[in-house]
Design a protein around this ligand. Structure first.
Ligand SMILES: [Zn+2]
Length: 490
């Protein structure tokens, strides 16, 4: 790899796009030379992290009563069209299968862009009475969307995600599920991946097609654009009516179910991890999803006999694997400094250095990826110390990322101030707006046009932010009912 000939060094905050589009290839996550645009090859360094990320989410979902499932990739056109708003919202995004061998299909088949219309078809067969509820299924899969511009992990024509689809007897239960879904996002993103996020109740004009409400999780990237990484939708009874998903209650009365769906965007979460935690030397992977937890680098002086050092490295590797860590032992003939730079670029959280001194004194030297500070620990406590170092590093990543977010939210009282915040602060502008119902859309459109892409992300959930009594809409001057956040978006 050409990149291996020199150290990775790129200023992430100066030119984020260049940094991102260099590091994902340099760190060997993906190859985009597959000859269909928008479809990329995921390499082992990416898949190792994705598998860990999936495992974390799946465990959370199952703890919440969800069960795994896998529905077909193809969705017949007639299913797709049953929920009108959903069909309208997705029609431009769909890849269609129109032939089977040399035979033209009478009914086209969609490659799933999302699976409501595949799954609810079956829910209508499965749900009979109240004892069949709730239904809580998820699937970990790829979906297909005809995106015009594509970039690995940010936007693709085939991408990885999880979708959970639930059906309940009551509206109350469905609303409780929304809160549980957000709880899962908060635990995984905030605690396990050290990502700073905000939950927004999306304005009415920006809900998921077919949903009553969309609650989305946004993460600010270093270029000031915000990335929606997960969302949960209150579907009400829209799809239940379209797909005839009904149940009989204890008194034998028929009702439509109340539904929710939750989609953690596995791909986009990876983009956020890379973007938020990475530095000018490459990736910084949080220990919970690092593709490799530990790299062992032997320090061998040119004339010395390396046997004792290499033996100790091998023995430690076995011990760490035994403890459940994923480990690389770098025995290549490159210099230690070169190896450090390579593994730093790939984001390995902990490096172990073993040389003559370490052998003689029954200890090893550890270094954390983010601070690069070294620490001597005894052979006996090395597993424990590696875990501790990882935890400390995760806490630092979280603190830095949280501080960054706080510093990048600013109040604005005019469109000029919003522009200033989007262009110079590269963050969110917090403003008053007269409405987040459909009658506010015109102001949002004006705002988007005037600020070159600033979008109303919605009302922040969990903060109870309200305009003061005499506050006016930042666009039209009418009395303001809501505080919303504005940012450019991916
Ligand atoms: Zn207005």
């Amino acid at each position: 790899m050409a990149m291996a000939e020199k150290e990775f060094k790129k200023d992430k905050n100066k030119d984020f796009s260049d940094w991102y589009n260099t590091v994902i290839y340099a760190a060997d996550l993906v190859d985009n030379r597959y000859n269909v645009q928008g479809f990329i090859v995921h390499k082992p360094m990416a898949m190792r992290s994705f598998k860990k990320m999936y495992a974390i989410f799946e465990k959370e979902l199952e703890k919440d009563g969800h069960q795994p499932s896998l529905f077909p990739t193809v969705i017949p056109e007639e299913n797709f069209e049953l929920e009108k708003k959903h069909a309208e919202g997705f029609v431009a995004d769909v890849f269609w299968i129109t032939e089977r061998g040399s035979e033209k299909l009478k009914r086209k088949l969609a490659l799933r862009p999302t699976s409501e219309t595949a799954m609810y078809q079956m829910y209508s067969l499965w749900v009979r009475d109240h004892t069949d509820l709730p239904v809580k299924l998820y699937q970990s899969c790829t979906v297909f969307r005809n995106e015009s511009e594509t970039s690995p992990f940010l936007r693709g024509r085939e991408f990885l995600w999880i979708e959970a689809h639930d059906a309940f007897a009551t509206e109350k239960e469905s609303k409780e599920q929304i809160a549980k879904d957000m709880g899962i996002s908060a635990r995984v993103l905030g605690e396990r991946l050290a990502l700073p996020f905000m939950f927004f109740d999306r304005p009415k004009w920006d809900t998921f097609p077919g949903a009553e409400h969309t609650y989305a999780t946004d993460i600010l990237l270093p270029d000031g654009k915000t990335l929606q990484v997960a969302s949960t939708h209150l579907l009400g009874q829209n799809f239940a009516k379209a797909f005839n998903v009904k149940f009989k209650d204890a008194e034998n009365n028929e009702h439509f179910v109340h539904q929710t769906c939750y989609g953690p965007g596995i791909w986009r979460i990876m983009a956020a991890v890379i973007a938020v935690h990475g530095d000018d030397r490459g990736l910084v992977m949080p220990p919970s999803i690092a593709p490799i937890d530990v790299v062992i680098v032997p320090i061998i002086k040119s004339k010395a006999d390396p046997t004792a050092i290499v033996d100790k490295c091998r023995k430690l590797k076995d011990e760490l694997i035994e403890a459940g860590l994923s480990v690389e032992l770098d025995l290549s003939d490159k210099t230690p400094g070169f190896k450090y730079a390579q593994w730093e670029m790939k984001g390995v959280p902990v490096r172990v250095e073993i040389g003559e001194k370490e052998v003689a004194e029954s200890r090893v030297t550890l270094a954390a990826r983010d601070t690069k500070q070294r620490r001597q620990v005894s052979d006996k406590s090395v597993v424990q110390e590696i875990r501790k170092l990882g935890e400390e590093m995760a806490a630092r990543l979280k603190k830095n990322a949280d501080d960054y977010l706080v510093a990048h939210v600013k109040d604005a009282e005019s469109i000029d101030e919003i522009k200033e915040i989007l262009d110079k602060t590269r963050g969110y502008a917090r403003v008053n707006i007269h409405s987040v119902e459909m009658d506010g859309k015109e102001c949002a459109d004006t705002l988007q046009f005037e600020t070159k892409g600033g979008k109303v992300r919605g009302v922040r959930i969990g903060k109870d932010e309200k305009p003061s009594g005499d506050a006016k809409c930042v666009v039209c001057g009418k009395p303001a009912k809501h505080v919303v956040y504005i940012a450019r978006q991916y």
